[in-house]
Design a protein around this ligand. Structure first.
Ligand SMILES: Cc1cc2nc3c(=O)[nH]c(=O)nc-3n(C[C@H](O)[C@H](O)[C@H](O)COP(=O)(O)OP(=O)(O)OC[C@H]3O[C@@H](n4cnc5c(N)ncnc54)[C@H](O)[C@@H]3O)c2cc1C
Ligand SMILES: *[C@@H]1O[C@H](CO)[C@@H](O)[C@H](O)[C@H]1NC(C)=O
Ligand SMILES: *[C@@H]1O[C@H](CO)[C@@H](O)[C@H](O)[C@H]1NC(C)=O
Ligand SMILES: CC(=O)N[C@H]1CO[C@H](CO)[C@@H](O)[C@@H]1O
Length: 374
């Protein structure tokens, strides 16, 4: 089968892997080059540190991100449905749960997404579980508004491996290598080409297009000053929570995300802009555990009546002023499709963002063949 062209994807986080899968499905020959691949852990590799769940961050005016998130929600439901019909198919690590949203004080967000998620409903604070939760909280921290719907939690390590296997089964080659970042974009591209030649010999033609899914690495790679870290600390505890929970307002950003099939749950968390530290802060751990003890009582299984903590960790979300950059840039003779800066939404953006990457790559190939004919 002849391919539509050879695309090199830089990065093997959720953005690069999903883009690679969709490009391969669209008929391209794809090579991934990445310093970190599924199974690795590093502060420079955000994807393994995510919760993760679908809980949109899109502003009501950000129709691009709304669209990405809705596409991903629907696509994940299709995967879940397919696995239900064929339990022997590879398991992605996705599961539908009830997802509860609690607000201390007024609801300060527009719930544009209510019609797009399954079974959205308001919850009464005079009924359980809110009655019991509020019964333990001081007046100023009580939950005044609550809603629920069905949403998806992702077993992150499993999903990354699933994406990588899916990519490989479509012929995608994965090269683990770091690309030098010290001498500008043209040299980045040269270095990538050299790495590929070294690792793959003459199996592959020179790239027709590059996809730049380097996450926070984009800052160093091409000096995009709009990119910045948003640090998040989380606690992994024993037991799989009965449902997803998010609590906002009153200075809190507490969440609970069961990790499907693993017998564990992620409790969070923080959002600290411009902090590059990978060190966990014990006071923050205490704060997370205290706040979650009110909203996740079913996991208080420790001998001391607290959570059974497995690990505490930090990840750096790839923030970007102006939002994620998914666009074409022409660098010399080569077309680069950028796909980085998805901040705290890389998973829920991933399917819509990857489909846009395929569209941009298609456009760049059309432009390339037109200019070759002139
Ligand atoms: C605590 C926490 C909770 C989160 N919860 C959620 C959630 O619930 N839902 C959600 O949607 N999102 C969540 N996120 C956000 C999500 O994790 C990120 O948006 C996403 O992982 C970003 O993926 P990425 O592929 O763009 O970047 P990364 O995963 O960082 O991947 C970057 C890739 O580029 C490679 N790379 C970079 N530079 C180079 C180089 N010079 N040479 C070679 N390779 C290079 C790296 O090795 C890596 O493979 C959370 C994040 C954190 C930290
Ligand atoms: C990826 O994007 C960053 C930020 O714009 C840039 O510095 C880097 O050179 C790009 N890398 C590639 C291979 O296009
Ligand atoms: C970053 O976070 C660490 C760990 O919590 C903390 O010790 C440090 O003071 C923070 N740095 C900045 C610049 O906020
Ligand atoms: C897909 C789905 O079930 N959507 C529902 C979400 O909740 C809203 C509000 O109750 C309904 O209108 C949608 O039909």
């Amino acid at each position: 089968m002849s391919s539509k062209g050879h695309i090199v994807v830089l990065g093997a986080g959720v953005t690069g892997l999903t883009s690679a899968v969709f490009l391969a499905e669209a008929g391209y020959e794809v090579t991934i080059i990445a310093a970190h691949v599924p199974g690795d852990t590093s502060i420079e590799y955000t994807s393994p540190w995510a919760g993760a769940h679908w809980r949109t961050h899109a502003d009501p005016r950000d129709t691009r991100m709304q669209d990405w998130d809705v596409q991903t929600y629907n696509y994940w439901q299709q995967i879940i449905q397919r696995e239900r019909l064929d339990p022997k198919s590879p398991q992605a690590g996705l599961k539908l749960y009830d997802s509860h949203h609690y607000w201390i004080g007024p609801v300060r967000e527009e719930l544009w997404w209510a019609p797009y998620v399954k079974d959205f409903r308001e919850l009464s604070t005079s009924q359980e579980p809110l009655l019991s939760i509020n019964g333990q909280l001081p007046a100023e921290a009580m939950i005044q508004n609550a809603a629920a719907n069905r949403s998806i939690a992702i077993n992150v390590p499993q999903y990354l491996l699933y994406l990588q296997e899916r990519a490989k089964s479509l012929g995608v080659k994965v090269i683990k290598a770091r690309i030098a970042t010290d001498a500008g974009l043209t040299s980045v591209l040269k270095s990538a080409a050299a790495t590929m030649k070294e690792c793959l010999g003459h199996q592959r033609s020179p790239p027709d297009c590059f996809v730049n899914a380097s996450g926070l690495g984009a800052k160093k790679l091409c000096g995009d000053e709009a990119v910045y870290p948003i640090r998040g600390q989380t606690v992994l505890v024993k037991g799989e929570a009965a449902r997803i929970r998010t609590q906002l307002g009153g200075g809190y950003n507490a969440y609970c995300i069961p990790r499907p099939g693993s017998g564990t749950t992620i409790l969070g968390g923080t959002k600290e802009a411009n902090n590059w530290s990978e060190d966990v802060d014990p006071a923050t751990t205490d704060k997370i555990l205290k706040q979650c003890s009110f909203i996740v009582p079913e996991l208080l299984t420790g001998k001391d009546g607290g959570f059974e903590v497995i690990s505490v960790q930090c990840g750096l979300r790839p923030g970007r002023h102006g939002g994620a950059r998914v666009e074409i840039e022409k660098v010399g003779d080569l077309n680069v499709v950028h796909a980085y800066g998805h901040a705290g939404a890389g998973y829920q953006n991933s399917v819509g963002s990857a489909r846009l990457v395929v569209k941009l790559v298609d456009e760049s190939m059309t432009a390339k063949s037109l200019s070759a004919r002139l």
